[in-house]
Structures are given as structure tokens and as C-alpha cells.
Design a binder for this molecule. Structure first.
Ligand code: PEP
Ligand code: MG
Length: 895
């Protein structure tokens, strides 16, 4: 039988699926010989079994007691031992880090007898009773379901009575009384005495941690981070070591490099005479780790050594948690640390230079989402005065929003479309919904490793922590600055997560350094160089070409600067807006061929000029021009508005404008109940005489003009919304005719490949036939998604997608990330059958998915030749196309 429980000496880093990140890394540190308190891990298998059946998996209890015996032997003490009890921590630890989202129970093993033994053995009554009250509090709420506010209230009352400003002013007698009060609360609330059997405590704590996998916070966090609900958590059980045993003890968290910028050097916080939980919660302001060097040079030197060992072993930035118990250093946790996008790129370059990782590994460690974040604008601080407050820059970026003081208010205002900044003394896991809703998080306590900082960095959300001068008064819904200024709820703030400054009002934004580099190709130092290197390496590896969706010469030029290798989709309808809409209107309203031809003739020179400019911006590179796609009524006024206007005119006894009447007739004639599936795409060309000829003539004449100007125009003509090869055959004949006419007239041979979009299921399923007529395919995955699912893309996202995401119908909108099982299957069929019919057929994608990291990986595996996306996503697509081609990642997604 496969075991459920593994001693730390039995595990390895690679076993994170089974042991969770925490368990696997504790095992790895144990193997490396670092000072890890002995313990064992209960596997995710056990969690899954428990959650599936609701009962403790058979055999688990026996395994736990066997491993417990080993820990007891190593510690030289037993659980529940009256004179010197072994105490245990019981912690969650899933495959992917979910900071603070699940439960922990500390100090397991104390009861009414052993607390006295602990007092004696530790030489501190106060410590023993404080540990016992922590246990009753944590166990009571986490395991027995008592409302934690009841404990907090009892503690606050006692402090008031004793006139104690904080917990440290309560003595052993106070704490012993508090334990009695807490036990009374437990009995009142649950009808059950606080359990006096330490093995019972352990068993129940393990199961409670399993259950916390399905707690509300944990589920919300997983949905946001796209972590599967079925993974389950492991539970580590470990001998407690104590940082709260006096001034020669303490707890800290540390990073081997700066997780915000990637700069080398030890970073972290240390809190003397405190438990680890106190540091992460940001309850007291910690001191910078460097001060530990003076306080306890021996432990500091050891810590440095261990951290170097870890960084070299993991070949990456590590974060750790440690405790010093009366001068002895213990390592309690390590993992490859979360980092900002800036730090990810910088570190990847640094570690490559240090010879720790290869260029391929460096590329694997950065991603397109991070790059997109670095392209966001930053504040232009040249124009602003003094900041309101200055804190720790915990997660970079620039955000503007109205100050709100609790999570619920943040959610409420954000749902109403307002941008908000969540201001808290410190955040707790209960603030998660508000953090998600907010543009930025601002706290007055805690440092780079506080809950707010860790969670915000993970989300890529702007965060400034420990803004010391701020006094946050949640009840009064305002904060006071160092200078005494009072800032009420609703006041607009600008939060700079890169510098830690908070400004009043909305500070204007300036381009990011990475964006300037992409625009100019000029490298500056730091992260820009790191980004440049990652992109260059991606470009050498990738098999997919990257093109852009662009309809204007400006967009085309920008896309080219960003590295686009052509235009994959030029939507011609965007050229018929503004002033030109009138010309389209005339074409639609024309009563006869002559009228229509006149209108088309007026449009022709305008379109020709558009194409000429775009072909010039993309000279030498392919430009795929799509023939008109949307239903024509999109160019006409709104039917209801017109009807109301005419009715109102008549009601006033006046004569309506005859042109308006004519328009209303036309609009009514063309009205469609479901225009997405109506007269659009190739169908327009087949029923409106002259439309295709005009558009193709404009393209061809632009090609002639560019050729005569000495350029190398490479126009391609693309037909939208084809469902049957017959449609394409007819349309293509007309295209070829128009091309030939212009070639003859001009004497310049115009050769444009003619291809089609594949954006209907029928097109994908008959791709072999369609390829007989198409010289290239381009997947229109926007339409292909809506027609495959039967979703009207403009209607469904607001109507019910959030419910679908909640219910887990899909983990992410299929309009954002390609639905591999459904739409992806159609893509694969079309690729295979299209290329079977026409070997070497060029195939791309131009739906929004072309710039989505996960989808880019799919298109790579599906064997496409290029992806095309909006100009701003071009660098992202280049990077991800390179990552998709990394050896060993073929066929996998970007996660
Ligand atoms: C598509 O359907 O994916 C596409 C690119 O076309 P449009 O979004 O213009 O319908
Ligand atoms: Mg489309």
C-alpha cells in the first residue's frame, strides 16, 4: 500500500505533488543537512481521500502515530509528557503556494497538566500559559468552529481591565485566567470541553487543515490563480521551536535577493521575542534583517550560510522562514520565492551571468504576463509635489483609486465601476476579495514579507506596505498622515508600488522604461536589458512568427517597432467610420447600380490611400487585408433612435426629413435578430455587387503605387466567415478578376495570395475542401469560439460568465484563453485536413487568443505558422512563442 505519511528524511523536492511545496522543501532542507526541526508530512493523497469520503482514511492514524514516535525519539520528549511536553505545529502546504489561505494550528500537545511541565522546563510561566492560550484560541476556531471574534473580544477586555497596551503586558496569571475564559467560550459555543488528549488534538488538527482546502478564501484564491480544486493540501507536522522565549529568541522571514527588484543581497524582516506568525501578520513592525547581525552575529552568519546553500542548490531566489530559539537557529520553511515581474526578468539575467542557469532556463522563468505588466505606464512624478506618505515598495506599478477602508466597501465600489485603493492597518486573508477588487493595497504596518505584500505580488497588484506615518482608523473611515492631514474615504490617491510613495489625487502617467525600450530599441540598464535578453533568446528559439492586428499606419508602425513580422489581420471596416460612414450609407441606400457604383467610386481612393500607407509601414512584410466583415446596418443609425426621432417630428405636426424616412426603411429592411449569424462576412460579397471589386481594386492599386515608389508591398487578401468552399470559390474568382484588371491597366503585375478565415465550425470540419481554394488559413478564434459554444460574445460575458466561472464550468473565459478541448479540437482538425489537401499551407490565427500566453503555447503545439495579436501584445507573443519552443516544454501549457 502507498503510505500516507512521509518523514522529512524520506521526501524530496520533486515530491511536491504528494507532499505539497512546504513538505517537499522541508524534506529537501533536511537532506541538505540544514537545521530543520524533525517532523513528517501527511500527503495530499490522504487529503483527497478524506475530502472525497468525509472520513479519516483507514490506516492514517496508525501511520501518524508511528511517525510521531520517531519525532518523539529525535526530540527526546513525548507528546503530552507531563514534565516536559513535546509540542507540535500542524500546517497546511499545497502543491502551489497559497499564502495564508488555509489553516494552521500551533502548540498542539498542551493540556491542563503539561502546561505546568512546560512552565517548569522552559523556566517561564508566562511563556507556557501564553502558548496554551494560543492553542485554545487556534484550535477552538480552526478545529472546533468557534467564532474567532469571541476570543479576540475576551482578550481585548482583559487588556482593558489590566490597562495593558499590548499582549506583552499581560503576565502569567492574566494568561492563565485567559485560558480559563477561552475554554469557557469553547464549551459554551460547542457544548464540548477543550480536548485534553494531545493525540486527539493532533488527529483533529490534521483533519481540520484538510478541510480548510475547501474554505471560502482558499477557493477564491485558487480560482484567481487558476489552481485546480482537486489537488488537495498536504499537512506538515513538526516539532515546535519557539521564537518567543525572550530577547535571545525571535522569528524572521528572508529572501536571498530582493523579491521586488531582483537586486542581490539578503532581504527580510526579523522580530525579536516573537513567533513566525507575528512577523507575517505584520502585527508589530519588524526590524530589517541586517540588524540581526548586531543582535546575534553567530545566528546571522549561520543564516547567511544556509541561504547561500539554498540559493545555489535551488539555483533560484529562495524565501525562508526561520526561528531562533535561545540562540539556536532553526529553518522552518523554504521555497522558490514569489517575485515581481521586474525581479523575475532581472534575476533570470543575473543567474545566467552567474552561471547558475542556462539561457533556456532563464527564459522558462519569465513570462508574458509579467512582461505585459512591465509595459504598463508608471507615474510621471516630475509634475507632483510631496507624497502624502512613504512606505515599503512591496509590489510595483502605478495605481489610482479612491481610498476605502474595508474589503466589503472595496468590492461594492469596484462592482459599481469605481477604482479603489484598499487602505488597511494590515491585511488578513479575509481581505482577499477587497484586494482583488482594488487597484492597489496600502497598509500602515508590515514589510515586504507581510501578508499584503506577498499576496499582492502574487496577483501582480500594486502594493505599498508599512507606510509608517499613517494612522488608519477603519471605524472612522479615514487615515491621518504624519503631518496630521486627515484623508477621508473616497479621496483619490495615487499609489506608486515601485517607489513606495503615495500621492494625493490622480498623478499623470508616463511610459514605462520597458515600453520606451520596445518603442526605440534603446537599451538602458537594469530590467530593460534583462527584458531585451529574454526577448532576443525567445526570438532565436521560436517557431511561430508573430504578426499584429492593425488597421492604421500608426498601429502598423508601432507593431513593427515591437517586432511584428507583418500584419495578420487588417480589419477594413474600421476604415469606414467617421466621415466615411456617409459614403457607406450612400452605397447601402443606392436604388440602382449606377448609384451604388458612384458611392463605391468615392470610397475607392480613400481605401487605396489607407492601404498604401499601411503597406509602406510594413514594407517587405506580409499584410493580410480582410474584406468587409460586419453586417451593414452597423454603418447605419440606430433603428429605435431613428423611429423615435421621426415620430417626435410628426407629433409636433412637422414633416420628417425624407432622407431619414429612407434610412429608417433601409435599417428596418436590414434589421437582424442575431446579426452575428446574419448577412456578414463572405455573404456580403456574394450579395452586394461591386463591394469586393472595389476593395480589391483599392488593395491592388495600393500595391501598384508602392511598387512604383520602389517598395516591396506584400498584400494578402483574406475572406471572412467562410463556411463552404463554394462561397470562397465564387468570391475568389471576383478577387482574381479585380487583381487582373489592375495588373492589365497598370502594367505592374499584382500578385496577392487569397486565403480565408477559419471561424465557423463548418469551415474547420471541411477544411480539406476549403484548402482547394485557399492559399492560406487564419483562424478567427473569436468567432470560432462563439459559434462553437453558441455564445454570443457581446452578450454572454456580462450576463453569466461570472456565474460560470464560479460554478467551475470553465476556469477562465474561453474568449480569453483558447478552449483546447472544443475549439482547439476544431483547430487541429482544420490544420491536419487543410495541410493534407494543400501541403505547406500557411496557417495563422488572428483572434484575440493570438496574444494570450496559454493559447500561444497551444498554437505552437498545433503546428501553426504564426499568431497575430494587437500591437501591444506582440512582445508578449514573441516571448511566449519562444517559451513554447523551449526543449522539454513541447506540448505543455504555459503554467
Ligand atoms: C475572429 O473572429 O477571431 C476575428 C479575428 O474576427 P473578428 O473579431 O473581427 O470577428
Ligand atoms: Mg471574426
Amino acid at each position: 500500500m502507498v503510505p500516507y505519511v512521509y518523514d522529512f528524511r524520506e521526501g524530496r523536492r520533486e515530491m511536491a505533488d504528494l507532499l505539497g511545496g512546504k513538505g517537499a522543501n522541508l524534506a529537501e532542507m533536511t537532506r541538505l543537512g540544514l537545521p530543520v526541526p524533525p517532523g513528517f508530512t501527511v500527503s495530499t493523497d490522504a487529503c483527497r481521500a478524506y475530502l472525497a469520503t468525509g472520513t479519516e482514511p483507514p490506516g492514517l492514524a496508525a501511520e501518524v502515530s508511528r511517525h510521531l514516535a520517531a519525532v518523539e525519539a529525535a526530540a527526546g520528549r513525548r507528546l503530552g509528557q507531563r514534565d516536559d511536553p513535546l509540542l507540535l505545529s500542524v500546517r497546511s502546504g499545497a502543491r502551489f503556494s497559497m499564502p495564508g489561505m488555509m489553516e494552521t494550528v500551533l502548540d498542539i500537545g498542551l493540556d491542563d497538566d503539561s502546561v505546568l511541565g512546560l512552565a517548569k522546563a522552559s523556566g517561564s510561566d508566562r511563556f507556557a500559559w501564553d502558548s496554551y492560550r494560543r492553542l485554545v484560541q487556534m484550535f477552538g476556531s480552526t478545529v472546533m468552529g468557534v467564532d474567532p471574534a469571541l476570543f479576540a473580544r475576551a482578550l481585548a477586555l482583559l487588556k482593558e481591565e489590566r490597562e495593558a497596551p499590548d499582549d506583552t503586558h499581560l503576565d502569567a496569571n492574566d494568561l492563565a485566567r485567559l485560558v480559563e475564559t477561552f475554554k469557557g467560550i469553547v464549551l459554551d459555543e460547542t457544548g464540548e470541553e477543550f480536548p485534553q488528549s494531545p493525540t486527539d488534538q493532533l488527529r483533529r488538527a490534521i483533519l481540520a487543515v484538510f478541510r480548510s482546502w475547501n474554505g471560502e478564501r482558499a477557493r477564491l484564491y485558487r480560482r484567481r490563480e487558476h489552481i485546480g480544486d482537486d489537488l488537495g493540501t498536504a499537512v506538515t507536522v513538526q516539532r515546535m521551536v519557539f521564537g518567543n522565549l525572550g530577547p535571545d529568541s525571535g522569528s524572521g522571514v528572508a529572501f536571498t535577493r530582493d523579491p521586488a527588484t531582483g537586486r542581490p543581497g539578503l532581504y527580510g524582516d526579523y522580530l525579536p521575542d516573537a513567533q513566525g506568525e507575528d512577523v507575517v501578520a505584520g502585527i508589530r513592525n519588524a526590524m530589517p534583517l541586517s540588524e540581526l547581525e548586531q543582535l546575534d552575529p553567530r545566528s546571522y552568519a549561520r543564516l547567511r550560510g544556509h541561504m547561500e546553500t539554498l540559493e545555489r542548490h535551488y539555483r533560484d531566489l529562495c524565501d525562508i522562514e526561520f526561528t531562533i530559539e535561545r540562540g539556536t537557529l532553526w529553518m522552518l520553511q523554504t521555497r522558490v520565492g514569489k517575485r515581481t515581474a521586474e525581479a523575475a526578468f532581472t534575476l533570470a539575467a543575473q543567474l545566467t551571468d552567474e552561471g547558475l542557469i542556462t539561457a533556456d532556463e532563464a527564459l522558462a522563468r519569465v513570462d508574458g504576463d509579467g512582461l505585459a505588466r512591465l509595459m504598463f505606464p508608471a507615474f510621471d512624478t516630475s509634475a507632483v509635489g510631496e507624497p502624502l506618505a512613504q512606505g515599503v515598495p512591496a509590489s510595483p506599478g502605478a495605481a489610482v483609486g479612491a481610498a476605502v477602508f474595508d474589503s466589503a466597501e472595496a468590492v461594492r465600489r469596484a462592482a459599481a465601476g469605481e477604482r479603489v485603493v484598499l487602505v488597511r492597518q494590515e491585511t488578513t486573508p479575509d481581505d482577499l476579495p477587497g484586494m482583488i477588487a482594488a487597484q492597489a493595497v496600502l497598509t500602515s504596518r508590515g514589510g515586504k514579507t507581510s501578508h499584503a505584500a506577498v499576496v499582492a505580488r502574487g496577483m501582480g497588484k500594486v502594493c505599498v506596505c508599512g507606510a509608517d506615518g499613517l494612522a488608519v482608523d477603519t471605524g472612522a473611515r479615514h487615515f491621518t498622515t504624519r503631518t496630521g492631514a486627515v484623508v477621508e474615504e473616497g479621496t483619490v490617491l495615487s499609489v506608486d508600488g515601485s517607489s513606495g510613495a503615495v500621492y494625493p489625487g490622480a498623478v499623470p502617467l508616463a511610459d514605462s522604461a520597458v515600453m520606451r525600450f520596445l518603442e526605440t530599441s534603446q537599451r538602458s540598464a537594469g530590467v530593460v536589458t534583462a527584458v531585451a535578453r529574454a526577448l532576443e533568446h525567445a526570438d532565436t528559439l521560436r517557431r511561430l512568427e508573430v504578426r499584429a492586428n492593425a488597421d492604421t499606419p500608426e498601429d502598423a508602425a508601432r507593431a513593427r517597432r515591437f517586432g511584428a513580422q507583418g500584419i495578420g489581420l487588417c480589419r477594413t471596416e474600421h476604415m469606414f467610420l467617421g466621415e466615411r460612414r456617409k459614403l457607406v450609407e450612400r452605397m447601402i441606400l443606392a436604388r440602382d447600380d449606377a448609384g451604388r457604383e458612384q458611392a463605391l467610386a468615392a470610397l475607392l481612393p480613400l481605401q487605396r490611400q489607407d492601404f498604401t500607407d499601411i503597406l509602406e509601414a510594413m514594407d517587405g512584410l506580409p499584410v493580410t487585408i480582410r474584406l468587409l466583415d460586419p453586417p451593414l446596418h452597423e454603418f447605419l443609425p440606430d433603428r429605435t433612435e431613428l423611429a423615435v426621432h421621426i415620430a417626435a417630428t410628426e407629433a409636433r405636426g412637422e414633416q420628417p426629413d425624407p432622407h431619414e424616412r429612407e434610412l429608417l426603411d433601409a435599417v428596418s429592411r436590414m434589421h437582424e435578430d442575431n446579426p452575428m449569424l446574419g448577412l456578414r462576412g463572405v455573404r456580403l460579397g456574394l450579395v452586394i455587387p461591386g463591394l469586393v471589386a472595389m476593395q480589391v481594386r483599392a488593395v491592388a492599386e495600393a500595391v501598384v503605387a508602392r511598387t512604383r515608389a520602389g517598395g516591396t508591398p506584400r498584400a494578402e487578401i483574406m475572406v471572412p466567415l467562410v463556411g463552404a468552399v463554394e462561397e470562397l470559390r465564387i468570391e475568389r474568382a471576383e478577387v482574381e478578376r479585380a487583381l487582373a484588371e489592375v495588373s492589365d491597366e497598370s502594367g505592374v503585375p499584382v500578385r496577392c495570395p487569397v486565403g480565408t478565415m477559419i471561424e465557423l465550425p463548418r469551415a474547420a470540419l471541411t477544411a480539406g475542401r476549403i484548402a482547394e481554394e485557399a492559399e492560406f488559413f487564419s483562424f478567427g478564434t473569436n468567432d470560432l469560439t462563439q459559434t462553437t459554444w453558441g455564445f454570443s460574445r457581446d452578450d454572454v460575458e456580462a450576463a453569466f460568465f461570472s456565474a460560470y466561472l464560479d460554478k467551475g464550468v470553465f476556469p477562465v473565459s474561453p474568449f480569453e484563453t483558447l478552449d483546447r478541448d472544443g475549439v482547439g479540437r476544431l483547430v487541429r482538425i482544420a490544420v491536419t485536413e487543410g495541410r493534407a489537401a494543400r501541403p505547406g499551407l500557411k496557417i495563422g490565427v488572428c483572434g484575440e487568443h493570438g496574444g494570450d500566453p496559454d493559447s500561444v503555447h497551444f498554437f505552437h503545439t498545433a503546428g501553426l505558422d504564426y499568431v497575430s495579436c494587437s500591437p501591444f501584445r506582440v512582445p508578449v507573443a514573441r516571448l511566449e512563442a519562444g517559451r513554447a519552443a523551449l526543449p522539454g516544454t513541447e506540448g505543455s501549457d504555459s503554467r
